[in-house]
Design a protein around this ligand. Structure first.
Ligand code: MG
Ligand code: MG
Length: 274
């Protein structure tokens, strides 16, 4: 059942979503080779709590971290631990914050240093695909219009794999609400979109084939072919003319550009061409 939000409630979701963006910005300042994923998680958890938020993921179905930290061939749900970031890695960081009774949910993939050109391109296309989906999050469209736009751009136009086992979702008082928002589908399929619906749109896109499996820890989702995967996510309100982003990448990008350990060349190029 879809839970519709009032504009006042959407403003509260925006606060939570922007706290996620602020947390990912702190992460962007901190990232460098040689740090553990656990240290990133601790930084984020402290930041969220200092700002009177609650990490949405901690304890969610028993998840042990405040962030999901997924390196290279890990698509999503990587558990923070003793793994060290290395030059050449990509790392997808998914964060949720609960404040004022509502969740915000957003994710961003960072490139650590000398990442291969083909992988940087995967990041650019995946990030752009979130906006392709968001543009379809408008009144009287259907969920399938969002799904189709993402699959069209990532798979058919750019030849990447679109992971099907995991999907975007409604977000509000609960972290995961109806409707599910797959990253593949047909135009005109699925639930009709109306103002008051808030969605987490989150393409999970692979450099190789789209097949994934879950490791024995029951969380970590990896690509079957071992190739890298990227994951970007925005919390978005359905509006008359297209989705309104409630989370923001702008402060994350500014921190990414200012951090010499991070490779932001992929979207600098994107800005020039899009
Ligand atoms: Mg997320
Ligand atoms: Mg999500």
């Amino acid at each position: 059942m879809i839970v519709f939000k009032t504009n006042a409630e959407i403003e509260l979701i925006r606060k939570s979503a922007l706290m996620v963006s602020a947390t990912l910005t702190e992460v962007a300042k901190f990232l460098k080779p040689g740090i553990t994923t656990k240290s990133i998680d601790q930084l984020a958890e402290t930041f969220i709590k200092d700002n009177k938020g609650i990490p949405s993921f901690k304890g969610y179905h028993g998840f042990p971290g405040s962030l999901c930290i997924s390196i290279n061939n890990v698509v999503v749900h990587g558990i923070p631990g003793t793994t060290l970031l290395q030059d050449g890695d990509i790392v997808s960081i998914d964060c949720g914050v609960y404040m004022n009774g509502f969740h915000g949910d957003s994710a961003y993939t960072f490139a650590i240093g000398n990442v291969q050109e083909a992988t940087l391109r995967l990041l650019r296309i995946t990030k752009e695909s979130v906006l392709k989906g968001t543009a379809q999050a408008k009144e009287n469209n259907r969920v399938g219009d969002i799904s189709y736009a993402i699959e069209q751009y990532c798979a058919r136009e750019n030849g990447y794999g679109v992971v099907r086992e995991l999907v975007g979702h409604g977000v509000g008082k609960k972290l995961h609400e109806d409707p599910q928002v797959p990253n593949h589908g047909k135009r005109g399929d699925g639930k009709k979109l109306k103002e008051g619906i808030v969605l987490a749109i989150e393409p999970m896109i692979t450099l190789g084939t789209r097949d994934v499996y879950t490791l024995k820890d029951d969380w970590t989702v990896v690509t079957k072919d071992g190739k890298p995967a990227a994951h970007y996510e925005h919390t978005t309100a359905v509006r008359k003319n297209g989705g309104e982003l409630l989370s923001s990448f702008a402060p994350i990008e500014a921190a990414e550009m200012a951090n010499p350990e991070l490779n932001s060349s992929y979207y600098q190029k994107a800005t020039a061409t899009v």
